[in-house]
Ligand binder design. Structure first.
Ligand SMILES: NC(=O)c1ccc[n+]([C@@H]2O[C@H](COP(=O)([O-])OP(=O)(O)OC[C@H]3O[C@@H](n4cnc5c(N)ncnc54)[C@H](OP(=O)(O)O)[C@@H]3O)[C@@H](O)[C@H]2O)c1
Length: 163
């Protein structure tokens, strides 16, 4: 089985999204997301797929959609269950779970790492990163980024490994 890694950006309210999108724009966090997931398998829920511009796959990654209702999308592999994804990725090393809420919840029990961008705002959204038990996770890395012309909010990128 590969290492399943949750990668997400959340704020102080655990908000990850609102009205089908992400309620902040942090270009350097997108860059970090791209660099981290490049050449890997990424797994997204059907609604996160729907939020992608023109529903196009993210380049240079094996794009997988988890859905019980969507069976085909050009450039994507569609899976109906977690078990199907485990079978599909059995020879991968790292598989990134890129959201949204439903998919993070589904993979949290079997994830071995989380790469979380903590965004310094209190916006209330309609989808949230799941609560996790802090005693089960060790923070192994944290880098702080400040507000600048292109980044309206400060943020920190933190990596947690399951203990
Ligand atoms: N801040 C971030 O890092 C981040 C990252 C990604 C997404 N987002 C935001 O999150 C929002 C979308 O998240 P969401 O929670 O509403 O939806 P989602 O998790 O992207 O998609 C939900 C759908 O995925 C399928 N699914 C989920 N778990 C499944 C399972 N165990 N087995 C089979 N299918 C499963 C179902 O599709 P069917 O109904 O077809 O069965 C379900 O309706 C958007 O606002 C997006 O912008 C934020």
């Amino acid at each position: 089985m590969p290492r399943f890694i949750l990668i997400s950006a959340l704020n102080h309210k655990r908000t990850i999204g609102k009205d089908g999108g992400i309620p902040w724009h942090l270009p350097n966090d997108f860059k970090h997301f791209k660099e981290t997931t490049l050449n890997k398998t990424i797994v997204m829920g059907r609604k996160t797929f729907a939020s992608l511009p023109s529903q196009k796959p993210l380049p240079k990654r094996n794009n997988v959609i988890l859905s019980t209702t969507l069976f085909e999308a050009p450039g994507f592999v569609c899976c109906k269950s977690i078990d199907e994804i485990i079978e599909l990725t059995k020879n991968d090393d790292d598989v990134y779970i890129i959201g949204g809420q439903n998919v993070y919840e589904a993979f949290l029990p079997i994830a071995s790492q989380m790469v979380l961008t903590y965004v310094d705002n209190h916006l209330i959204g309609d989808v949230f990163f799941p609560m996790f038990e802090p005693t089960q996770w060790k923070r192994v890395h944290s880098t702080q980024y400040q507000i600048d012309d292109k980044h309206k909010y400060a943020y920190s990128i933190q990596t947690f490994n399951r203990i």
